[in-house]
Every structure is written in C-alpha cells, then in structure tokens.
Design a protein around this ligand. Structure first.
Ligand SMILES: NC(=O)c1ccc[n+]([C@@H]2O[C@H](COP(=O)([O-])OP(=O)(O)OC[C@H]3O[C@@H](n4cnc5c(N)ncnc54)[C@H](O)[C@@H]3O)[C@@H](O)[C@H]2O)c1
Length: 248
C-alpha cells in the first residue's frame, strides 16, 4: 500500500479557520504533512488545530491578516522556524459580498485581501522555496476568476489571482516551483451559510450546479491536495474549476 501523499512535507494554509481552508488543513495533515494554520479568526483557527491534533496530526496556529505584508512575511518565517521548510503553500483566505453597488471602500478591501493577500503570500513563499530548492503553491481563485459571474470587485480580485498564478508558474517552472489555482463553484462553507439558510436560495444555488447540488469544502480541498502532491508533478499554471460542471 502506498503511504500518505505528503509524508514529511510542511504545508501552510491561510483562511484555515473554516470552510475550504479548514478542510484543506485537515486533509494535508491526514496525508502526512505538518500544517501551519493561519487566519484572522483566532478561536476558530485554534479549533482547526485541535481537530488535526485530535486525529493524531501535527499543526500549529498563527494569527495572520493576509492584507498586511509584514504579517504574511512573519507567517512564512514562523512556518520555517517551527517546521524547518515550506513545501506546500495554500493561499486561500478571501472575502466576498453580494451587493451590486460599487462601494469603493469595499472594492479596496476585497483587493487588499483577495489579491494582495495572495501576492504577499507568493512573494515570501517563493523566496523560501527558491532557497530550499522547490515547492508547490496553490491559490484560491473562483469561477468568478474565469467568468463574469460575481461582483466587479470580487471578479477583479479573482481574475488577478488566475493571472498571477499563470505568471508565477511560467517564471518558476524551471526552478522547481509549481503554481496552480483552484476555482471553486458554489460551495457550502461559512461564506455561503447566510445564503443557504433560506431554503429557496439553497434550491436556487443547488440548481446552478449541473451536478444538482452545491459542492462541499472537502471536494475543493481534495483538488488542492492533489495539486500539492507529486501526483500532479507535470501540472503548473492551471486554474482548475471545482464547480460541479458550472463552467462547462
Ligand atoms: N464558498 C464558495 O462558494 C466559494 C466559491 C468560490 C471561491 N471561494 C473562495 O474560497 C476561499 C475560502 O472561502 P470559504 O468559502 O471557505 O469561506 P470562509 O468564509 O468559510 O473562509 C474564509 C476564511 O478566510 C478568513 N479570512 C478572511 N479575511 C482574512 C484575512 N484578511 N486574513 C486572513 N484570513 C482571513 C476567514 O476568517 C475565514 O476563516 C476564499 O478565497 C473564497 O473567495 C469560495
């Protein structure tokens, strides 16, 4: 029997206090990685760590606001200090909103977190990965990063994540760093929980997915873990829709 996919590896996940990030942190650990769990939500982030440790895995929490460059730099440095390297980075923290109004303060906040948060992550992760001779990065974009389905600010931020993923993948392909993105469709997480508390909205969202239901955080996380493992060793620069067929 082959062992877990990521034995001996070190993974770092932003936005790991819930939803897709928590699911990924848990599966990274199940696959043998030691995991740095990062989020602005300290209590829920510590809960993710407790879930991993409770199942026999190794994890540590660090508070980090990805919109602050120095906090992201400190997160990468701490990961290396605690675990010795950074092999798999999952830049996942993000926010959204559903107002059709263009509020420029909200626009800037979306860009600061969804775009700059990923840019800061890649900057310090790549620096570390070049030093250690390679690594793998996965960014969370969205179907709003490969279509116009979303607010202007959210689409702008997620299209940028897809673009940065491609650019970084090309730049570092020959240097041992693979960079890919996942583009979740409509996924059941704390982000969408307020919407699906209304049964009519839930039915509408289920109906938007050709598969006939919303996705689960674990279904996105499984794609992230595959992209982080040697099972995808010839895949870089891709933005993989995990959307129950929506983009088809
Ligand atoms: N749920 C969906 O339907 C869906 C669809 C497409 C893309 N996404 C993307 O997936 C990612 C994860 O979303 P989710 O659905 O799991 O949502 P979620 O709200 O459950 O999780 C997002 C996490 O990010 C954290 N976070 C927010 N701002 C932060 C910041 N500045 N610094 C650090 N952490 C911060 C939150 O505390 C939270 O734990 C996001 O990038 C989101 O845009 C989600």
């Amino acid at each position: 029997m082959p062992g877990p996919l990521l034995t001996g590896k070190v993974a770092m996940v932003t936005g790991a206090a819930g939803g897709i990030g928590r699911a990924a942190a848990i599966i990274y650990a199940q696959e043998g990685a030691r995991v740095m769990v990062a989020d602005v939500n300290v209590a829920a982030g510590e809960e993710t760590v407790a879930l991993i440790r409770g199942a026999g895995g190794e994890a540590q929490f660090m508070a980090c606001n990805v919109a602050q460059e120095e906090e992201v730099a400190a997160l990468v440095a701490k990961t290396v200090e605690v675990f010795g390297s950074l092999d798999c980075a999952f830049n996942n923290a993000g926010i959204t909103h559903s107002s059709p109004k263009m509020d420029m303060d909200v626009f800037r906040r979306i860009i600061d977190i969804n775009l700059m948060g990923v840019a800061y992550g890649m900057k310090y992760e790549i620096e570390q990965m070049l030093k250690q001779g390679g690594g793998v990065i996965v960014n969370t974009a969205s179907i709003a990063g490969i279509s116009g389905k979303g607010t202007l600010d959210y689409c702008a931020s997620k299209h940028a994540v897809v673009g940065m993923t491609r650019s970084a993948a090309l730049r570092y392909a020959a240097l041992g760093i693979r960079v890919n993105a996942v583009c979740p469709g409509v996924i059941e997480t704390p982000m969408t929980a307020p919407l699906i508390s209304d049964p009519r909205m839930k039915a509408h969202l289920d109906g938007m997915c050709p598969i006939g239901r919303m996705g689960k955080a674990e279904e996105v996380a499984d794609a992230v873990i595959w992209l982080s493992s040697s099972k995808s060793s010839f895949v870089t620069g891709q933005s993989l829709a995990v959307d129950g067929g929506f983009m088809a």
